[in-house]
Ligand binder design. Structure first.
Ligand code: NAD
Length: 371
């Protein structure tokens, strides 16, 4: 298979962890005889330095041509006080929009070697293996009207004493088709896993959630081999810590997903371990267009020190192989290799090994060897 991939290392530790992720990709391509076409582009702070903007036209063009994009992280402290539209992070919004990725997938799984790193008791975390599917381009973060405004009449006091009252509004809005496409994605994903979808909403209070539940229930009969249940978002927040093993694929609205995926993330032990996939349109082959990146940021506090954990980035490669190229055997091999390395205890400092911590390069090299 031809793997046509755009690599955007970005800023800070993005460069270091992406280097190891690419090394793993090369080993996989060689072992399974795939042709790897890698291009590299600029995104974030480094792009601002070199081109004046966080998402240059050349990167936009390359991202349209690629089958999948592997990203490191963006963000540099020198831009911290800049307006949002001038910051490196604005590059992320640009590329997500260009690629039309409407679902963010966060696999959350426990590793035996890291059970003690989780704040939960071992027996609760051992065996956790779920994917949180968060709708990424609609809902409360995008709906209008939105804003903060002043309104004298609404203070309840009339006449000369009327003082303006300040209001703020955000809108949660979804169309049937927006809900349907992310729901179908969740069901298709479940078919490749343990065939269970949990849909999360707040249908006892919100009309948007009532529509959400209606769409999910309407779509479900097309996937008779997948079990479906519905959970209210508040109950889901509780079940994620009470009984996280009950979940396989969990699908939800944008803000619910933003919050609950961070709760899920804690189960894994360190932020450096977490991969993510943002996927959208389907290609002719049936695979998804995707943007793959570790969950963490550019970590300026440890950048350039060769001590960042590359496993979130390497796990993102596994997700890419599975979702964008349908290479499940290769993906499983990368995940197994990471587990093997974790079991040896030669891991980076964030995982608090008992001996000398491995460097970023050593951890990446160990995964390559294990594959
Ligand atoms: P961060 O994720 O970069 O770092 C938080 C903490 O976790 C730091 O102490 C860091 O050292 C540690 N950490 C993160 N990744 C690690 C890894 N792989 N190995 C070991 N330790 C790791 O979050 P932050 O400090 O809040 O943000 C730093 C910059 O990154 C900011 O500019 C922010 O806007 C940006 N950011 C970018 C993304 C992205 O590119 N998707 C995501 C989050 C934050």
């Amino acid at each position: 298979m031809n793997l046509n991939i755009l690599v955007l290392p970005g800023d800070g530790i993005g460069l270091e962890v992406t280097r190891e992720a690419v090394r793993v990709l090369r080993v996989v391509a060689e072992k399974w005889n795939h042709q790897l076409t890698l291009r590299e582009g600029l995104l974030g702070g480094i792009a601002i330095h070199k081109t004046g903007g966080p998402f240059p036209a050349e990167t936009e063009r390359l991202s349209r041509e690629a089958d999948a994009v592997l990203m490191g992280a963006v963000g540099l402290p020198e831009f911290d006080n800049f307006a949002p539209e001038k910051r490196p992070e604005r590059g992320l919004l640009g590329i997500r929009k260009t690629m039309g990725v409407y679902a963010n997938l966060r696999p959350v799984r426990s590793y035996k070697a890291l059970l003690d790193s989780s704040p939960l008791k071992n027996h609760l975390v051992d065996g956790v293996d779920m994917v949180i599917v968060r709708e990424l381009t609609g809902g409360l973060y995008y709906g209008s009207p939105r804003g903060i405004y002043e309104d004298a009449a609404s203070s309840g006091v009339e006449g000369e004493d009327a003082t303006p009252e300040i209001h703020a509004v955000n809108t949660m809005a979804y169309s049937w088709s927006e809900i349907e496409r992310v729901t179908r994605m969740a069901f298709e994903l479940a078919r490749k896993r343990r065939r269970k979808v949990t849909s999360v909403d707040k249908s006892n209070v919100l009309e948007v959630s009532q529509l959400w539940r209606r769409v999910v229930t309407t779509v479900a009969p097309d996937y008779p081999d997948v079990a479906l249940d519905h959970l209210l978002v508040d109950n889901c927040a509780m079940q994620l810590v009470l009984n996280p093993k009950r979940f396989d694929v969990v699908v939800m609205e944008n803000m619910f997903g933003d919050i609950l995926s961070d709760e899920g993330a804690v189960l894994a032990g360190s932020i450096g371990m977490l991969p993510s996939a943002s996927i959208g349109a389907k290609k002719a082959s049936g695979a998804w267009t995707g943007l793959y990146e570790p969950v963490h940021g550019s970590a300026p506090d440890i950048a350039g020190q060769n001590k960042a954990n590359p496993f979130g980035a390497i796990g993102s490669v596994a997700a890419m192989l599975e979702y964008s190229f349908g290479l499940t055997e290769e993906a499983a091999s990368v995940n197994r290799a990471m587990e093997t390395v974790l079991n040896t205890g030669r891991v980076t400092a964030d995982l608090r090994p008992s001996g000398t911590p491995a460097t970023t390069e050593e951890a990446g090299e160990a995964v390559c060897q294990a594959i």
